[in-house]
Design a protein around this ligand. Structure first.
Ligand code: GDP
Ligand code: ZN
Length: 276
């Protein structure tokens, strides 16, 4: 029995209701996909053995990775970890760069181009001046959309402006609560219309994909794909091996050094003692 066998948000199930409004689920249908990550480390705790898989949600058509250009400052390494995590779960990611009203250094255009060139859809938004909010809303129609990101990037604010009936708590309000932390503790799904579903997730501090082997990581850096098959060794990790086409592509400027640097950092954090 794995954690991934437990029911999760987005699962399609067969169930029976009793007369007293209780009921039971007797089947979970096979998932089209599901998104998961490694269980986060708890500060101060010691770990033995492998870190387990934490399932976030299932049957997702698109994952919107919410970031902000500032407060918290845009971090491409974090973005890459989210993108890889989606990719290895067969979930299609879209990058949102929020808080465009705080773009005093004019960096948004650079990052938008950077990730579009890499091969991702990017939507720049602001909840302060509602920039691109209707464009974003059009993308949601007819899909099961997951909203995922670090705490404080404005995910709740975005969902509130898209769906005012939600009345999600945002940071300013939660600071007034006794716990003073973010308010979403588990993922939750709601229907905007009969074909459009949104999954809101708790803000995360860190993200590590679950179950990637060193030799496979390169496949989830989507622009590496054009080169990987030309590496001399099919087990190439694109780090130090001779005849590596990915390293040559970086040297020739065909793969961005920033993405390659992200790749190397992720590679260094993959533990090889994964059991499936
Ligand atoms: P979450 O943790 O991702 O759900 O973030 P919240 O929605 O709670 O927002 C965190 C803080 O960012 C709040 O103070 C919001 O008012 C602020 N915020 C959200 N969106 C924007 C935006 O587009 N521009 C600016 N300047 N602030 C924003
Ligand atoms: Zn290689």
């Amino acid at each position: 029995m794995f954690f991934r066998d437990f029911i999760t948000v987005g699962d399609e199930v067969d169930y029976e209701m009793n007369k007293d409004e209780t009921g039971f689920i007797f089947n979970i249908n096979t998932r089209k996909n599901y998104i998961s990550r490694k269980m986060p480390k708890i500060r101060g705790a010691s770990y033995r053995g492998e870190r387990l898989e934490q399932v976030i949600a299932a049957n997702i058509s698109k994952a919107f990775i919410v970031t902000s250009i500032d407060e918290p400052v845009f971090n491409n390494k974090t973005v890459d970890r989210f993108l890889v995590t989606c990719g290895c779960c067969s979930v299609n990611p879209v990058l949102i760069i929020n808080k465009s009203d705080l773009d005093s250094k004019n960096e948004i255009e650079h990052w938008k181009n950077f990730y579009e060139k890499t091969g991702y859809k990017v939507i720049v938004t602001s909840t302060i001046n509602t920039f691109n909010i209707s464009e974003l809303k059009n993308f949601l129609s007819g899909n099961v959309s997951l909203f995922w990101g670090q705490s404080g990037v404005g995910k709740s604010s975005l969902l509130n402006i898209l769906f005012p009936e939600l009345k999600l708590k945002t940071a300013d309000i939660s600071r007034l609560t006794s716990k003073g932390t973010h308010t979403t503790v588990t993922s939750q799904m709601f229907a905007s219309d009969e074909n459009t579903f949104i999954i809101d997730t708790p803000g995360v501090r860190e993200i590590e994909p679950y179950g990637i082997r060193k030799g496979d990581l390169g496949h989830y850096f989507i622009e590496f794909k054009n080169f990987i098959s030309d590496c001399k060794f099919h087990t190439c990790t694109h780090e130090h091996e001779p005849g590596c086409a990915v390293q040559s592509a970086v040297a020739d400027g065909k793969i961005s050094e920033l993405r390659y640097d992200s790749y190397l950092r992720m590679l260094a954090t993959i533990e090889e003692d994964i059991h499936f």
